[in-house]
Ligand binder design. Structure first.
Ligand code: NAG
Ligand code: NAG
Length: 481
């Protein structure tokens, strides 16, 4: 239905409460950014918006409630220079009563006042997410036999914008019912492409859209299972003395002679041991005699092999056969007890579901972080079904604080930053942080209960990007009901 989408976006129409205030002028010119500060009292929440770029003579705002969140949209409009409009969309926790809102202009911008849903409650994170990119879209519509492209933005008074576009086209007759119908189409399209932000920085989109860290985008890239569970084997090595480091991918590593391969793996392992992302030795010892299911067999995470050496019964699943071949090769060339190492190729979700053992531990080392959360729910569901009651769910993922310290980029940009630091080729196109609240939302459909054994950021101190990771270690207490 969407033809040229300028930005794949989002949601509801902005039928504004409008006030005309004294103009707030500023003398510097820069194109972006609205400062937002937030205060609260026992009964109210206040947002102070500062715009310091041009003269705005009107502020529009609209509030609406959706599933689990309150949306607030604010537009600063300049009659003289309409293209210099500023937009802010705030996704708030349902901490406020949107119907009870008032606004006033201030010297620098505007102030919005909301009543708290629960007076007396103090909110540390009222804003789950904020965006200054308004959704826009073009819809081809059929008006009395004429095909017409109509463009609108999420903050516009849609009926008005549609009527104006239609008026510009010669010979098109339309009724108010036509306008309403088109407005409805825009409303639906915007709604489908506006994220739902259910916890601070954690937003999801309605399929087929996925949240990319900043907005809703198409999830088509992750149609197949191979793109959902990704574990890397690429390692950076000094192939020749004096020459710059080179990155070898799984295929190149497989093609190496045994001797070269062993030297490379050994060097890699020594370097990795100095930059420990998590205390795998400790885990290897404490999980002795356990049945551990490792999700993703990329050689970069060689820790499962250390576990085998300590007497852990390890099953590694991967949809990339090369990863398993590499692990097998390392096992052959080292003193690894192959009776305790089970390499299972799983080309799809059904393959994963066919595993027979009830595992004591599910171990996902940074392998469920390279596809959008929205698309991984079924993978998580199947994995959890393989865990015995009282078993452990252990996961390593980029931490939220690490993600925030990079300036909360899109997950695509985050992947590029990470790839650059690691020197790996642009293999990953997505890299997403994880914390317990987010994990609990993903696992919510399973109605499971857990006890937190450990949850924290591990790695070098002082931080050496990119070796800091969130380690989540949970005890599975079964399902409610
Ligand atoms: C704000 O937007 C919602 C959703 O489109 C709409 O139903 C509501 O009427 C708008 N509120 C105001 C005050 O215009
Ligand atoms: C080790 O794991 C394999 C694969 O999951 C399983 O078939 C086998 O029974 C396990 N061995 C023990 C001793 O539990």
């Amino acid at each position: 239905m969407w033809k040229r989408m300028v930005t794949p976006i989002l949601a509801v129409c902005l039928c504004c409460s409008l006030f005309v205030g004294p103009a707030f002028a500023a003398d510097t010119e820069s194109s972006k950014g609205v400062g937002i500060s937030f205060e609260q009292t026992a009964d109210n929440v206040f947002f102070d918006f500062q715009v310091d770029t041009a003269t705005y003579d009107r502020v529009y705002y609209n509030t609406s409630v959706r599933d689990g969140e309150t949306l607030v949209k604010v537009v600063f409009h300049s009659e003289e220079n309409p293209s210099d409009q500023k937009f802010v969309r705030l996704h708030l926790a349902q901490a406020i009563l949107p119907a009870d809102t008032s606004a006033s202009t201030t010297e620098e911008g505007a102030k919005l006042t909301f009543s708290k849903a629960t007076p007396g409650q103090r909110w540390t994170n009222v804003v789950n997410f904020a965006s200054d990119e308004a959704l826009q879209g073009t819809i081809p519509v059929n008006v009395a036999g004429n095909m017409v492209d109509i463009t609108a933005s999420e903050f516009e008074d849609l009926s008005n914008a549609i009527a104006k576009s239609l008026d510009r086209i010669e010979g098109v007759q339309y009724t108010s019912a036509d306008v309403d119908l088109i407005a409805q189409q825009f409303g639906d399209a915007f709604d489908k492409s506006t994220p739902y932000c259910v916890a601070p920085s954690f937003c999801v989109c309605k399929l087929p859209f996925v949240f990319d860290g900043t907005k809703c985008v198409s999830g088509d890239l992750w149609k197949n299972f191979q793109s959902k569970v990704v574990s890397q084997s690429a390692v950076q090595v000094q192939v020749e003395e004096g020459k710059p480091l080179r990155t070898l991918g799984d295929q190149e590593l497989l093609e190496l002679e045994d001797e070269t391969f062993n030297v490379i793996f050994d060097t890699y392992q020594k370097r990795a041991a100095k930059q420990q992302m998590w205390p795998y030795m400790l885990y290897a010892q404490s999980l002795k005699r356990s049945n551990v299911l490792v999700v993703g067999g990329g050689m970069t995470q060689f820790e499962p092999l250390v576990m085998v050496n300590s007497g852990v019964n390890v099953t590694v699943v991967d949809s990339n056969l090369n990863n398993l071949k590499l692990l097998n090769r390392i096992a052959d060339s080292s003193q690894i007890n192959k009776n305790l190492l089970h390499l299972v190729y799983v080309p799809n979700l059904e393959g994963l579901d066919e595993l027979k053992t009830e595992y004591d531990v599910i171990l996902a080392l940074d392998s469920l972080t390279k596809a959008p959360t929205e698309l991984l729910e079924d993978v998580y569901f199947v994995l959890l079904s393989k865990l015995r009651l009282g078993g452990r769910w252990i996961q390593l993922a980029p931490s939220k604080s690490r993600y925030m310290s990079e300036g909360s980029p899109s997950y695509k940009d985050f992947a590029q930053i990470y790839n650059r630091h690691l020197g790996v080729p642009e293999e990953t196109v997505w890299y997403e942080w994880l914390d317990i609240p987010k994990l609990m939302k993903i696992l919510a459909p399973t109605k499971s209960r857990f006890q937190i054994i450990f949850d924290g950021e591990l790695g070098s101190n002082p931080v050496q990007f990119p070796d800091n990771f969130q380690l989540i270690d949970l005890l599975y207490l079964g399902r409610t009901q």
